[in-house]
Design a protein around this ligand. Sequence first.
Ligand SMILES: *[C@@H]1O[C@H](CO)[C@@H](O)[C@H](O)[C@H]1NC(C)=O
Ligand SMILES: *[C@@H]1O[C@H](CO)[C@@H](O)[C@H](O)[C@H]1NC(C)=O
Ligand SMILES: *[C@@H]1O[C@H](CO)[C@@H](O)[C@H](O)[C@H]1NC(C)=O
Ligand SMILES: *[C@@H]1O[C@H](CO)[C@@H](O)[C@H](O)[C@H]1NC(C)=O
Length: 581
Amino acid sequence: MDTAMGGNLSKYAPIFLVLALSGVLFLLRNIHTLERWNCQSVSSLYQLQSSISSVFKPSGPFLPLDQNHSYCPNLGQEASGEEAHEERYLLESISWPEPPALGVPVRQSSDPAHSYFVIQPPTDISGRATWRVGGKLEVLVHMQNFLGQPKRYGGDFLLARIRSPEIGAGASGWVVDRQDGLYAVELPLLWAGAAQVEVTLVHSSEAVAMLRRLREERPDRVFFKSLFRSGFLSETTICNLCLPTGPRQPALCNYTDPHTGEPWYCYKPRMLDCDTRINHAKGGYKKHLLTTTESMLFLSSTIKAPVQALGMDNITILPAVKELSLVRRDRAKFLPSGYYYQGSWRPLAGIPIQQFNDSSAITQCLQGKLFYMYGDSTVRQWFEYLNAFVPELKEFNLHSPKNVGPFMAVDSVHNILLKYRCHGPPIRFSTVSSSELRYVANELDGLPGGHDTIVALSIWSHFSTFPVEVYLRRLRHIRRALARLLDRAPGTLVVVRTANPQKLDPEVSLYNSDWFSVQLDSVLRAMFRSLRGVVLLDAWDMTLAHPTHPHLLHPPPDIVKNMIDLILSHICPAKQEKKKS
Ligand SMILES: *[C@@H]1O[C@H](CO)[C@@H](O)[C@H](O)[C@H]1NC(C)=O
Ligand SMILES: *[C@@H]1O[C@H](CO)[C@@H](O)[C@H](O)[C@H]1NC(C)=O
Ligand SMILES: *[C@@H]1O[C@H](CO)[C@@H](O)[C@H](O)[C@H]1NC(C)=O
Ligand SMILES: *[C@@H]1O[C@H](CO)[C@@H](O)[C@H](O)[C@H]1NC(C)=O
């Protein structure tokens, strides 16, 4: 047997050799092709980027702002009827005053260092010059340019707040643009003690005009890419909500979502089919968006810069008076959604907040619940907080990439399930597998919902580089899905997180400015306010009002804890212990 075998082997050896050699040759040839294609796809990526840049490149330094948007003819289906009406209304409601002329010299733009604010005397009609709890503080901001001349028009983006760091108290103010270079700020007086007023110029009106132009004309300033792969071949191409097409451009792969109609495109790889898309990732940020002169409007010293007080920047707030008539006359017209006191968030409307300092209280509250979180990294923070703080919750390893997800944590003893999934394109995460790329609206349609279901959404940050219409359409699809969910399962608790201010520098401003965020945020609030069963979590105020933390895109644990307390207070409302007297 053995010898026969040996004989057979030696007889076939040349054939095996030939087979093995041709296999190696085939492999080598393919590796070579693979490398070649990789090189080509990289170089074509650069060619494409530069041609996209030239398509979008503004021809002069100062283009009219309301330029025709025809760069993107395929932004998805149009709204109709009531929704079209709503869209016009919403866009109108966030219209922002523009400088009267384009190309104002930088020295005539608003300068925080030359501007100042003045605390107005108390409005107490009794003549007592005192500020009391329950009243308001009025501040007038005078904007001036770099030459020290008063500004005569509005449009500056200002933020204001009042705070008492020693008692962990803070509240945001309401800024009214008088459109003559003056801004009236109203600050609610909600606690007694010494308090300091802070006015911040986020961007001058001239810088805002530039951001608006970028938003409308350079939606490609963050670009995306996808890897396509089949066998030994792989290619990477550029992707976006819309891409320039033409005889000199490659064909498109159309990934428009069949359910929602949300558009998404990639350039077609040369060798591969559109259905070989493996993943989706942020491609990068376009540079050199502004001319040297234009970039002078975005100096570190003028972005989120403090405006100083002329005279005092602090007041002493006295305890409230009993005379109701005085209080009423004095009361703030605009109340924020809440404020901080001793480091804890106190909502001014809605249900009272409870503090869940012990993880056991959280476990008790979440017992039997299914908690789904969808959106960007700011809602992923909630997953991370709960997962880290509650020892009974064990993260189930789905082998997902770090920071991308999807993620899941379970407490099988108390039947608690926590899930996180990122929203669909234009998500700017590192690399999301194509098979995990889902639209929130479609995910919501897949939830049965019910009294034991909690849904938390946070969708805003990754839309800042697109015209507002793109965001509006996305929210419309999500709102329709939420309405369906709340209709089939009215007990479902839905929490929608708003945007929040963040740290800005000259570069970040062009992609992620708070101005983009505040515009999207107004739309978000308006669209979800009217949907019954939806809780809006005011992350904007919870960040802006915080007495000591600077603005961070990802608010620190202390703020996240207050947010979680608020959500848990909605899941497990406090039992009414005593009747109101
Ligand atoms: C934009 O330009 C196209 C073609 O030039 C025109 O058909 C369209 O009506 C314009 N749209 C607006 C809003 O001006
Ligand atoms: C992409 O597909 C959608 C839906 O199938 C279609 O409405 C849209 O016109 C297509 N886009 C292009 C550029 O062909
Ligand atoms: C209040 O403002 C005045 C004038 O700017 C300053 O001298 C004083 O130290 C401030 N008081 C507090 C408590 O910050
Ligand atoms: C929770 O912790 C905060 C801060 O340490 C404390 O002020 C508060 O009284 C605590 N609340 C409860 C209900 O234990």
